[in-house]
Structure formats: C-alpha cells, structure tokens
Design a protein around this ligand. Structure first.
Ligand code: PLP
Length: 397
C-alpha cells in the first residue's frame, strides 16, 4: 500500500473535520443553534438559466452523443466557446491570451490544479505559494515529489510581499500559485501587484535560465464586491496557466466542472498543454462530465446572485469590527480572515465552539493567529450569530 496516500486518507483536512463536527452538533442541538462558518459551500442557488440550459440540452441533444465520451481534453465546440469568451471578456492586447487548442476541461479547479502541477513538476522542483493559502496546494504539489515553498504575504494587507518572493526564488523554482480573490483572506490583488510580480518573475526567469510559470487559481474570479476588479494575469505575464471552475461563481461545486487554459504566449505553450493532457491521462481526469461541459459553454460569464454574499460580508464585517475584532479587508471570495483574540488560533476556535461558533484556525493555511469565517451562509445565520461573536469577544476582556 502507498503509505503517503494512506496518510492523506486517514487525516481529514481541518475544514472537513469541523464540517463533520457541525453535522453532529446540529443533530444534537438543532440546525439553527449552530453557527457553522466552516466550509466554502455556496449558499446561493445556481441561476435558473443553469437549470433551463440543462433541460434544453437534455431535450434537444441525441442522448447517445450527449452521454458519450467527448475528446479527452473536452468537446471541441465547448473549448472554442471558452476561448472566445476569454478573448472577448479579458483580452486587453492584440495577441491572443487563449486558444481552444490550449484548453483542457477538468473536474473543477482541483483537477485543473493537479493536472497543471503534474504537467510542470519534477522531483525536487519548487513551487511558491503566497501564504495564507488553500491547504490542498500542499497535497497537490507534494504528490509530484516537488516542494511547496510558502511565502508569507504582508501581515497587514495580506497582499504579496515582493522582497520575500524575490528571496524565495532559486534555480529550482518552477511555478508560483496566485489565488486572487483569495481563499482564505478574501483579498484581491490589484493590477499594480500583478505587474510587480510579473516584472520580478520575468527578471528571475532570465537569471535562472528557465521560465517560472504562474498558475492562476481562479475559482473566485467573479466573486468581487464594490468597484473591485480582478486583473486577468495572462494580460500581464506570458507564462501563465489559468485554472478555473464554476464551483463558486455559479454555485456548482458538486458538479465538478472547470478548465485549464494555457496562455498561447507562454514559452513552450504547446508542449505545456500536451503535458497537461498527459497529466490528465495519468491521473484519470479525461473527458469531464459531458452534460456540464455543454452547460458551461452556454453559461460562461453568468453568476449566481452574489449580492447575497456582499450583504453577508457587510453585516458580519461591520459587526465584528464594532466588537473589536481585526478583520482583513475583504474585497472578494466569501471568506473573512479575522485575527484570533489569543495567539493560538486553534485554542481560540475551541473557545468559539463554546458559543456554537464554528470557525477554521489559520494554521493549515500556512499562517498562525487567525481564523477563517466562510460567510456563504444564510443572512439569518449571520444575524443570529452576532450575539455569540460579541460574547466570545467579551470572554477575552
Ligand atoms: N482553489 C481554491 C483556492 C479553492 O478554495 C478551492 C475550493 O474551495 C479549489 C481550488 C477547488 O475548487 P473546485 O471545487 O472547483 O475543485
């Protein structure tokens, strides 16, 4: 048996651990008594158009071809639709930033990431992640034999710390994972940051003699509030591989659909893409669910009603600040990153449990002393939880 895989199966992620505890606790004391902020499961339904498109696909497509295998990399017309959408929506230059021949349709962003990382990495290579980071990056990177190198963000803004990134790069560095809007902080990196990062990576790539790729992990791309915009990285940095999914923006996490898009401007783009195809083959991620491929082509650019999250964010963020909590400025995704009221975030989360507040300690995100609050819940849960947050703060006075 493979001991590493056994280890991964035995030890659940801390988020899943709390999620499971929430289920038990709700059965004991009632759903409405437990304030479960553990998991990033969208609370807003997918728009009606998703259902309507699925019905139309089912009614109007020959079932044998609809439920049959598509090409391993995904249906040709769907890949064309994705590429057209990217060009029309994001391209600010003249040269293309996507191509249907460089798109690989996957089972969500997780599969997009494992395919991209497997495509790029060899044993002992290094991948920089900006901490705090989505904990599964470690699993995805280490599986390939490469090393995950966390680089802490600025500890006030939680935007990238460029000096630290510069010092972390060496000849083994192959990629940097950039996740904006960010899980767990909710921070969106502005264009200025993407440009600075691009400059550094271009210079360092020259110095070390091989390209450093950006893997842009973008499941939260559309989840931004106010006037915030999310720069599309391939416009600024040629060696970019975008990993995208409909899990969050369109509330379809259980349907497992997304894609990898290798920028045609990337060095060795065609071979990188072929390597992604090879990784998909090796990992068994061929031909993502066909009905949802066709649905994706018809619903590109749509979102579920994200004003619900914005409203939740506003209520929770201002109530927490009023009660003395320090909250990292949240412009996107559906997470708040809040300073724990004691140095040990795990102990703070245990204390919060006494008030039926289920929060995730930041340690597994590669950063100590904070908690993540997933506010993709009902507004009622947010409002009902406010007295508990107040009592929790008072218990530290
Ligand atoms: N990347 C980040 C930052 C995430 O937060 C998640 C899921 O929570 C994923 C990737 C995986 O997304 P998917 O459900 O599309 O596989």
């Amino acid at each position: 048996m493979n001991e590493k895989m056994l280890g991964l199966g035995v030890s659940r992620s801390v988020i899943r651990e709390i999620f499971e505890y929430a289920k038990l606790r709700k059965a004991e004391i009632g759903n409405d008594k437990v304030f479960d902020f553990s998991i990033g499961n969208p609370s807003v339904p997918a728009p009606e158009s998703v259902k309507n498109e699925l019905i139309s696909i089912l009614e109007n497509t020959d079932p044998v071809s609809l439920h049959g295998y598509t090409s391993a990399q995904g249906d040709t017309s769907v890949r064309q639709a994705i590429s057209d959408f990217i060009e029309k929506t994001y391209n600010i230059g003249k040269e293309p930033i996507s191509s249907p021949d460089l798109i690989y349709i996957t089972s969500g962003a997780a599969a997009a990431l494992t395919c991209s990382l497997t495509a790029l990495l060899n044993k002992d290579d290094e991948v920089i992640v900006l901490a705090p980071f989505f904990p599964e990056y470690r699993v995805f990177v280490e599986r390939t034999g490469a090393k995950l190198v966390p680089v802490m963000c600025n500890n006030e803004t939680f935007r990238p710390d460029f000096d630290k990134i510069k010092s972390a790069i060496n000849e083994k560095t192959v990629a940097v994972i950039v996740n904006s809007p960010n899980n767990p902080t909710g921070v969106v990196y502005p264009e200025e940051d993407i440009k600075k990062l691009s400059d550094i990576l271009s210079k360092k790539s020259k110095e070390i003699g091989h390209p450093i790729y950006i893997i842009a992990d973008e499941p939260y791309r559309e989840l931004v509030y106010g006037n915030t915009s999310v720069p599309y990285i391939p416009n600024f940095y040629d060696n970019t591989i975008v990993c995208y999914s409909l899990s969050k923006s369109l509330s379809l996490p259980g349907e497992r659909i997304g894609y990898v898009s290798v920028s045609p401007r990337a060095k060795e783009a065609k071979n990188i893409y072929l390597s992604v195809c090879g990784a998909g083959r090796a990992l068994g991620f061929v031909c993502a669910t066909s009905m949802f491929q066709f649905m994706m082509a018809r619903c590109l650019g749509q979102t579920s009603d994200i004003s619900v999250y914005e409203n939740n964010r506003n209520i929770l963020c201002s109530a927490l600040r009023d009660n003395g909590y320090t909250v990292v400025s949240p412009d996107g995704a559906f997470y708040l990153f809040v300073k724990a009221l004691e140095s040990d975030a795990k102990a703070f989360c245990e204390k919060a449990k006494e008030f039926e507040l289920l929060l995730v300690p930041s340690d597994d995100f590669g950063c100590e002393g904070y908690v993540r609050i997933a506010y993709c819940t009902s507004e009622k849960q947010i409002r009902d939880s406010l007295p508990a947050f107040k009592k929790l703060a008072e218990s530290y006075k």
